[in-house]
Design a protein. Structure first.
Length: 280
């Protein structure tokens, strides 16, 4: 009944169907592993965000080693700012192609001199102050720094979110390895450190809040007529993403392939049997 299945053309069909089935199953398990990775990451981020903020000394001790532990990312940190800690605005750079609520723009990253609680020593920290709309980013690159306003220089203490320095992967734009850059494709602390007066610690901090010398909370991101004020970078979204849906999709393809090819074989077998009966 199924002797036709041993013919060369059908053997080729078996190989093609089997290959597609293997691809569908592998793709399904890969998407499932990506879903588990995202779920584990979201759980870790949520847990670290709920932890008490690191004080300056614990933070600087943690980043002083040769390797930065992944567990440090997304932890909150409280940093006192030196009296002259905001004097490095001229060394600020923009991280281009960053969006907020669907609008194009850039991130403003600036060096800050942060103080240690237990000593007079200060440390350079790259602070992502916030997001700017594209018009302000363009004007900034053209030298019109007056388009950007902020009350941040009055801050004597900041709370931020620790982030690991970004590196280029296999794909994506690259920045020149040498020279003074006003704009970068990513928040690469090591590259920015090459052109700053301060010696930067190897991670950066996304600003969350700030207080003045009296401990009063500073209103950040308040709008001013004709002036672009950096908007705080929101915390990462902890959604699971599309991977679980893709998992079901690929496994569904595998199931359809199995059922469909089985029906094709049965149909061909019955067709051959009917033709044999007619010949008889």
């Amino acid at each position: 009944m199924y002797s036709f299945a041993r013919k060369p053309i059908w053997l080729a069909g078996h190989a093609l169907a089997g290959g597609l089935l293997v691809i569908f199953v592998i793709a399904g398990f890969w998407q499932l592993s990506r879903h588990n990775e995202v779920s584990d990451r979201n759980a870790a981020v949520a847990e670290r965000t709920e932890m008490p903020p690191l004080d300056a000394d614990r933070f600087f001790d943690a980043v002083s080693g040769t390797e930065i532990a992944d567990e440090l990312e997304h932890r909150l940190v409280t940093l006192p700012v030196d009296e002259n800690g905001w004097d490095y605005l001229h060394e600020a750079v923009q991280i281009r192609r960053r969006s907020l609520n669907g609008l194009p723009g850039c991130h403003m990253a600036r060096p800050v001199a942060a103080a240690s609680n237990d000593s007079a020593e200060s440390y350079g920290v790259l602070l992502v102050q916030g997001w700017l709309p594209q018009r302000a980013c363009t004007a900034w690159l053209e030298g019109d720094v007056g388009v950007i306003g902020s009350r941040l220089p009055a801050a004597r203490q900041i709370i931020g979110r620790v982030r690991v320095s970004q590196q280029r992967g296999l794909l994506g734009p690259s920045d020149p390895a040498q020279g003074q850059l006003d704009s970068l494709a990513r928040t690469d602390v090591e590259r920015i450190d090459q052109q700053t007066t301060l010696s930067l610690v190897p991670v950066y901090v996304e600003l969350i809040s700030a207080t003045d010398a009296d401990g009063a909370l500073i209103e950040l991101g308040a709008s001013s007529p004709g002036v672009a004020v950096p908007q705080l970078v929101p915390a990462p979204e902890l959604d699971a993403g599309p991977h679980l849906g893709y998992t079901f999709q690929w496994f569904s393809f595998a199931a359809v392939a199995i059922v469909g090819y089985t029906l094709v074989l049965r149909h061909q077998a019955r067709k051959g049997e009917s033709e044999q009966i007619a010949d008889d």
